[in-house]
Design a protein around this ligand. Structure first.
Ligand SMILES: NC(=O)c1ccc[n+]([C@@H]2O[C@H](COP(=O)([O-])OP(=O)(O)OC[C@H]3O[C@@H](n4cnc5c(N)ncnc54)[C@H](O)[C@@H]3O)[C@@H](O)[C@H]2O)c1
Ligand SMILES: O=C(O)C[C@H](O)C(=O)O
Ligand SMILES: [Mg+2]
Length: 574
């Protein structure tokens, strides 16, 4: 490549950072302004301009566009910018603004990124995977667009979310951006507005269901694993009826996990463990605390199952302990409290369904009544229903000493309560975590109340990184528990006491190293690891198992990609 070709290739382009010898040898002289900039100066130039965008309601979308153009122009610089400003930029490339991006994707689409497998391509998937230029792919994030954040069915436009997830893999876990692949499986959409819009970019028919749908997914999994046998596939934002089913179907055969079910469960449980410490209670108390979980979908059920497993472990781990732990949960969905009178009572819920009439609560009792009767320690929202935790509900929760309130739905507009509402209602005593970021709240008397972002972004990058590094064949519950406990342990006691449940997101790279290390150790212990083989590096599971914690972390960090320009021409050393 020479001249304009180099400048227009996002992998090789360095913009104004091409050195003079590179400009000479690659035919770039005269094609760039004369001053050679450093990458740091380029970041600064970008951010100065970025922050100048007028602060009106258009701002976030303008900022997303500016970042997206950089992503298309110069991948290295894009990730350098994101890494250096992760706290400021995550809300734009990820939740909440990515939700708006998906909703408007037909208008925003400029260049292709990722792959689309549609029902019209059935039978062709195993050939299509060869159209992807990347010889190696480490991580795939795939959605069928059926439940994008709390925004419902957005069809192919859901690609925005999977691109955002992979941005965090690159920025947060140092996965090489040339080895990530965002994918949408387009089996149609049931969103009438999209079907009525002749400019919608996906298949114009209703979603395939039943065996026809499952055949597409099976063909997809076979195709990607036949080309990239070592890839990790993260399922993202599949509607409930498929998310859990596909997870059960594939998790023991393929190297895959479901971020909404498992990633959310991990971040939720880590937050819960932190909250128990913040309340000043010993960890054994967890098994006696009461949880009202609102939203019994993929995320809600994933979370309760994981919390229950943790409680059962604390109670001795045996079957009676698992049964005992069931008593701590009250599940509320769009039809109210789930009891044994629920018709139909899905097998998924039957273990958790309460006895009707218990605590004077009938089938379908409303949330306020449930809270009044149960007096829960924890109120967790994974319903996608914005504002559901209204004043009355928050006032009721505020009767606890330290009410724990987690409105975890995304994006911000779907959060069950705002941080301000929660802290005002509880006079600052609440412990708060939300899926999308909220700034800390300052009360009238000047007290600062800390918010937390209980988002699976703390976990999935490290889960993927660790799984890749040990060559785990599958991702087990044991690995996920180990990752969760590691995350929770990263916050020291004196910090937790202030209601801070997670480490700062600016530390995402070192957090991912920690999580990856926990994943590797557990996978080796459970005999799930095949080892790490890359280039000339060959590390067998036994060797991974024998490493010290420091040695393992050093290995992990050394394998992470960093956004640094690589020399494009050979310059002999003196
Ligand atoms: N914080 C995170 O990391 C994180 C991770 C995953 C999902 N989420 C969010 O959780 C939400 C749900 O995701 P999901 O995959 O579980 O969806 P889902 O469709 O599988 O489940 C939604 C559940 O909410 C219930 N619900 C809907 N309206 C309700 C109402 N008015 N009152 C009570 N319950 C109601 C439904 O009955 C269902 O049980 C989404 O907004 C998503 O963005 C957050
Ligand atoms: O995407 C997120 O921000 C978290 C989660 O995966 C969700 O679906 O809301
Ligand atoms: Mg999701």
């Amino acid at each position: 490549m020479r001249g304009h070709q180099v400048l227009h290739d996002p992998w090789f382009n360095k913009g104004t950072a091409f050195s003079i010898p590179e400009r000479d040898r690659l035919g770039l002289r005269g094609l760039l302004p004369p001053k050679v900039m450093t990458a740091d100066q380029q970041v600064e130039r970008f951010m100065r301009d970025f922050r100048k965008i007028p602060n009106d309601e258009e701002r976030p979308m303008q900022q997303w566009r500016m970042l997206n153009r950089m992503h298309d122009r110069n991948e290295t610089l894009y990730y350098k910018i994101v890494n250096a400003n992760i706290k400021e930029l995550a809300p734009i490339i990820y939740t909440p603004i990515v939700g708006q991006v998906c909703q408007n994707f037909s208008g925003l689409y400029r260049r292709p990124r990722g792959m689309y497998f549609s029902s019209e391509d059935k039978g062709e998937f195993s050939a299509m995977v060869w159209n992807w230029p990347g010889e190696e792919v480490d991580i795939i994030v795939v959605t069928d667009g059926s439940r994008i954040l709390g925004l419902g069915d957005l069809g192919v436009q859901g690609i925005g979310v999977v691109i955002g997830k992979l941005d965090l893999y690159v920025a947060g876990a140092g996965i090489n951006p040339r080895k990530v692949l965002p994918i949408v499986i387009d089996v149609g959409t049931n969103n009438k507005n999209l079907l009525d819009n002749d400019l919608y970019m996906g298949a114009h028919h209703e979603r395939l269901e039943g065996p026809a749908y499952e055949e597409i997914l099976d063909e997809f999994m076979e195709a990607v694993f036949s080309r990239w046998p070592n890839v990790i596939v993260q399922f993202e934002d599949f509607q409930n009826k498929w998310a859990l089913k596909l997870l059960q179907k594939y998790r023991n055969t393929y190297r895959m996990f479901n971020d909404d079910v498992q990633g959310t469960a991990c971040v939720g449980l880590a937050g819960i463990l932190g909250a128990v410490r913040a309340m000043g209670r010993p960890m054994e108390d967890l098994a006696s605390l009461k949880f009202v979980v609102v939203g019994a979908g993929s995320a809600g059920m994933g979370l309760v199952d994981m919390v229950r497993q943790n409680m059962a472990q604390a109670l001795g781990g045996a079957q009676p302990a698992m049964a005992h732990a069931l008593h701590n949960f009250w599940l509320v969905d769009k039809d109210g409290l789930i009891t044994k009178d629920r018709k139909p009572l899905l097998p998924l819920y039957s273990a958790y369904a309460r006895d009707p009439g218990e605590n004077a609560l009938p089938e379908g009792a409303n949330l306020l009544k449930v809270i009044q009767e149960v007096k829960p320690d924890f109120l967790i929202g994974l319903s996608g229903c914005g504002g559901l935790f209204n004043k009355e509900i928050l006032r009721e929760m505020a009767k606890r000493d330290r009410p724990v309130i987690f409105p975890m739905s995304n994006p911000t507009s779907k959060a069950e309560a705002t941080a301000e509402a929660v802290f005002k209602a509880s006079d600052g005593r609440a412990i708060f975590a939300s899926g999308s970021p909220f700034p800390d709240v300052v009360l009238d008397d000047g007290r600062v109340c800390h918010t937390n972002q209980g988002n699976n972004m703390y976990l999935f990058p490290g889960i993927g990184l660790g799984t890749m590094l040990c060559g785990a064949r599958t991702i087990s519950d044991g690995m996920l528990h180990a990752a969760t406990e590691r995350l929770a342990a990263l916050v020291p006691d004196e910090v937790v006491k202030q209601g801070i449940l997670y480490p700062p997101i600016e530390q995402i790279r070192s957090i991912s190293v920690e999580i990856a290390s926990a994943i590797v150790k557990k996978a080796v212990e459970e005999d799930l690891a095949d080892g790490y083989f890359r280039g000339s590096l060959r590390i067998k599971p036994r060797q991974l198992g024998a490493m010290t914690e420091a040695g393992l972390k050093e290995l992990i960090a050394s394998q992470m990609w960093s956004p640094q320009y690589t020399p494009l021409i050979y310059t002999p050393k003196d």
